[in-house]
Design a binder for this molecule. Structure first.
Ligand code: NDP
Length: 334
């Protein structure tokens, strides 16, 4: 590879991003230097959190820079190596997505174990950051107990679909929301007890109440907004609200109102806790062991929505905000 293509941030979006905020650039890719490894990316991830990095403001990760290449999770194949720990053909993960190829020191790469019948792309989804997010947020904060009722929003997405299935494996009744009937049908096919199309159900409160007449014990929040208000309304005493994400607010141009019923968290003794997945990094080996086991036993299923080619990466990213993905949104690069 003498050159490679990558996506730059052209301008900071205000409101909903579109493809015009991104630019495809061709840059030189020389042979790897001493201690460096050259990687050809196979798949890259687009994730909702990247929207936050497009604002110029302090956060738990630094903002993306206008005119510079974006970054994010990727899996790729080593094509040349000047480090004894890596050889051509090794499959690796990195945070050097949004580009077809790159040179990096070995410390920027993690060698991935092969699991029979599982594509390396799974390490960007069910076996990767979204899977760890679902597993750690649900088990460490939600603490679901057998027989309890778990409500998850964004249920057909990468995180939500894993949460829903893990909750079923823990013996819970599961209610999930998603934005199309096809997504809801898929959720039912993987064992979700009540899948609700939040766009067509009319009153979301009434729909979730019908599904959970005795209330909910755990709410795994991927969406915020009305979903969170409904969860607070229907929460049982000592319910746990796992605040994973609030995608309904990510493109807001004005401050968004809080749930009007927030006072209920006092009287119902609700625990409401946010988290960032990196705080559970030390649980990664435990997560991988448990999740790989479920996968090998056929107890967890997952979907991928795959856009083809680096030029389609902006469309894939923008599609997260209109729900064009079922399961993990990915871009195939090679
Ligand atoms: P998803 O695969 O769930 O993709 C996003 C989905 O969100 C879309 O497919 C769409 O599905 C839904 N959506 C988009 N806009 C809205 C809206 N306004 N209201 C309701 N639903 C909407 O993404 P991920 O699984 O990667 O992420 C899910 C959530 O988890 C996000 O909030 C993300 O920021 C968060 N997250 C948090 C982490 C942490 O460390 N705390 C780590 C990883 C993710 P639909 O058709 O149903 O509308």
């Amino acid at each position: 590879m003498a050159t490679t293509r990558e996506i730059h941030l052209k301008s900071r979006p205000v409101g909903v991003p579109d493809a015009a905020h991104f630019e495809l650039a061709t840059v030189d890719l020389p042979a790897p230097g001493p201690g460096e490894v050259q990687v050809k990316n196979l798949f890259m991830s687009v994730d909702p959190y990247m929207r936050g990095r497009m604002y110029d403001r302090p956060s738990y990760v630094p903002p993306f820079q206008v005119g510079k290449v974006l970054e994010g999770g990727a899996v790729g194949e080593v094509v040349a190596s000047n480090d004894s720990g890596f050889k051509p053909g090794d499959i690796v993960s990195s945070m050097l997505g949004w580009r077809e190829g790159f040179n990096a020191p070995a410390s920027a790469l993690t060698k991935l174990p092969a699991i029979e019948g599982v594509s390396p792309s799974a390490y960007l989804g069910i076996l990767g950051m979204p899977g760890l997010t679902a597993w750690s947020g649900l088990t460490q904060i939600g603490e679901p107990r057998e027989g309890e009722t778990v409500f998850v929003s964004g249920g057909a997405g990468a995180v939500g679909s894993a949460v829903a299935q893990i909750a079923k494996l823990k013996g819970c009744k599961v209610i999930a929301t998603a934005g199309t009937d096809a997504k809801c049908a898929w959720l039912r096919s993987v064992g979700v007890d009540h899948a609700i199309n939040y766009k067509t159900c009319g009153s979301l409160l009434a729909a979730v109440r019908d599904a959970a007449p005795k209330g909910i014990d755990v709410y795994f929040d991927n969406v915020g907004g009305e979903h969170l208000e409904v969860a607070i309304e229907l929460a049982r005493p000592f319910a746990r609200l796992v605040e994973c994400g609030m995608i309904a607010n990510y493109n807001a141009t004005e401050p968004t109102p809080g749930p009007s019923n927030i006072i209920m968290i006092v009287g119902k003794s609700i625990k409401m806790q946010g988290f960032i997945v990196t705080q559970f990094a030390s649980l990664q080996p435990q997560f991988l062991a448990e999740m790989s086991g479920w996968i090998q036993q056929g107890r967890i299923r997952w979907e991928e929505t795959v856009f083809d080619g680096i030029g389609k990466a902006p469309d894939a990213f923008v599609g997260l905000f209109s729900g064009s993905n079922t399961g993990k949104m990915l871009v195939k690069l090679a």
